[in-house]
Design a protein around this ligand. Structure first.
Ligand code: CMP
Length: 135
């Protein structure tokens, strides 16, 4: 079933010049880019986007990181896109993520892990409404 998912290419990826590499992996898989924008996250948007995490110990440094510079927000679609994108992205901790995944190949961090991708149809709908209300 075709689905849409919300992807953020995080400030570490923009700083490291990895945007093309990461988008290229989604495109080569056969996924479609429905929306793509250079954006930034302010504190208010961070708190809304990471509503499930705001009380966690790792949230304050995560918020500092996510608001530290420009990022890319994208809507990506395709057959089972939510799960497919998360498979391409890999496990949260880049040190443990499988080789062949974006994080496994390109990140050594649990926080600066290059990409965020929606984890369910509910979070995809919520995050797309937050980042691209016109959709
Ligand atoms: P993301 O997929 O954007 O969802 C929540 C983010 O919190 C995650 O990627 C990481 O950037 C960060 N994160 C999750 N767990 C930890 C942790 N234990 N320590 C530091 N950062 C974390």
């Amino acid at each position: 079933m075709s689905e849409r998912t919300l992807v953020l290419i995080k400030p570490d990826a923009v700083r490291r010049g990895l945007v093309g590499e990461i988008i290229g992996r989604f495109e080569r898989k056969g996924l479609v880019i429905d929306a793509l924008a250079l954006r930034s996250m302010d504190g208010e948007l961070a708190d809304a986007h990471y509503a499930d995490h705001v009380t966690k110990a790792f949230y304050p440094p995560l918020k500092d990181f996510m608001t530290s510079g420009p990022l890319i927000a994208a809507i990506i679609s395709g057959d089972e896109a939510i799960a497919v994108v998360r498979t391409l992205v890999g496990a949260t901790d880049g040190r443990a993520a499988a080789a062949g995944t974006i994080r496994g190949d390109l990140s050594l961090s649990n926080r600066e892990n290059l990409v965020h991708a929606s984890d369910s149809p509910e979070s995809s709908a919520r995050e797309i409404a937050l980042w691209f209300p016109e959709f």
